[in-house]
Design a protein around this ligand. Structure first.
Ligand SMILES: Nc1ncnc2c1ncn2[C@@H]1O[C@H](COP(=O)(O)OP(=O)(O)OP(=O)(O)O)[C@@H](O)[C@H]1O
Ligand SMILES: [Mg+2]
Length: 327
């Protein structure tokens, strides 16, 4: 593969199980050095997609190239360039953490140091413990360690932090940030949207086997989805909500109007989670109306050229009409 070729290239990918289209026509590029988060509800088709890219599942149709190779024909040299953390794994429970990692390190031409990896996943104190005796979250850390021991160019992480305590999740984030700095390409699935927002450069949302949104993490859903919401309780006792790109201006006008501090004032910037829930909710509603697929084809969130908080497109900066009033 050439320098400019994406690490992962997928065109028209389909995977059917009988009548079910688990993956229903996905087009996707993951660039070299990028961290891409694949999001979507349970059963959306994330693991099916990832496992096809890893060479673990066959596809029904479509084109796939991973590091320039069709995964259906990937040889050992190709596999050695990948790091894989499956959604669920069967561990060699009799081995200790250290033995298991040392065993796997042998399969790779240029593995990382076993002790360094054990430390990076926070298992130094458990290095001599049999894997069967670890807690669920500790076993998951072993999975992550096995995924990176071979110094992979491309890492697949399918819900890597499920079962991690909050501190372990933070440590894992640091580990991923280190891999990113080293230039590793990462394809990640997670149900933790804060994790996706923290680690991801771009994200795609899969619903019913189709990619319904694709773009930079902070542009997903389009500019309108990120416009702040100002919420306050008016003097009439009703809660008001207004979306505006100029929240300070709106707050000033509310203060001028009410002649004092507005009750319960909040300025809310929609998070990735808010945007995601809106996307999934809208697609589910559209699916309810039409009997067709859950949503139209993916739209790459177009980056407004040079857009920043201060210079977002005009439709996003104008204060819109009062959007909601509730008691
Ligand atoms: N081996 C299989 N045989 C039949 N159906 C399958 C098989 N594997 C997956 N499916 C179905 O394909 C769909 C997609 O499953 P997949 O595991 O890819 O979802 P997912 O997005 O990873 O979900 P989760 O977030 O729960 O992990 C589901 O409806 C699932 O039941
Ligand atoms: Mg899955």
């Amino acid at each position: 593969m050439t320098e400019n070729e994406p690490a992962i290239r997928v065109r028209g990918l389909r995977k059917t199980y009988g009548a079910l289209a688990a993956v229903d026509g996905i087009d996707l590029d993951v660039h070299r050095g990028e961290t891409f988060a694949l999001l979507g509800p349970n059963g959306a088709g994330k693991s099916t997609t990832i496992e096809i890219l890893e060479g673990y599942r066959t596809r029904t149709s479509g084109e796939v190239a991973v590091l320039g190779v069709d995964p259906a024909r990937g040889d050992l040299d190709w596999k050695a360039r990948l790091g894989i953390v499956l959604q669920s794994t069967a561990e060699a429970a009799q081995m200790t953490v250290r033995e298991q990692l040392a065993h796997f390190a042998h399969f790779y031409p240029d593995p990382r140091s076993v002790d360094e990896v054990i430390e990076a996943v926070g298992l130094t104190a458990k290095a001599k413990t049999r894997i069967g005796k670890l807690s669920g979250g500790q076993r998951r850390r072993v999975d992550v360690a096995l995924g990176i021991i071979g110094r992979p160019e491309l890492v697949f992480l399918d819900e890597p932090t499920t079962g991690f305590d909050p501190e372990a999740r933070r440590e894992f984030w640091q580990l991923i940030e280190r891999l990113k700095r080293e230039g590793t390409t990462i394809l990640l699935t997670t149900h933790y949207l804060d994790e996706a927002a923290r680690l991801g450069d771009r994200a795609g949302v899969i619903l019913g086997g189709r990619l319904v949104a694709l773009g930079a993490i902070d542009e997903l859903g389009g500019p309108q989805a990120r416009v702040p919401i100002v919420r306050w309780r008016g003097r009439d006792g009703l809660v008001r909500e207004q979306r505006t790109g100029r929240p300070a201006e709106l707050v000033a006008s509310i203060v001028a109007e009410t002649g004092g501090e507005p009750a319960e004032l909040e300025v809310i910037r929609p998070s990735l989670e808010d945007v995601y829930l809106e996307l999934v909710g809208a697609a589910a509603a559209a699916d309810g109306e039409a009997s067709g697929p859950p949503a139209a084809s993916a739209t790459e969130a177009s980056a407004p050229s040079g857009a920043t908080e201060a210079s977002a497109p005009s439709d996003a900066t104008e204060a819109s009409d009062i959007e909601g009033v509730r008691a």
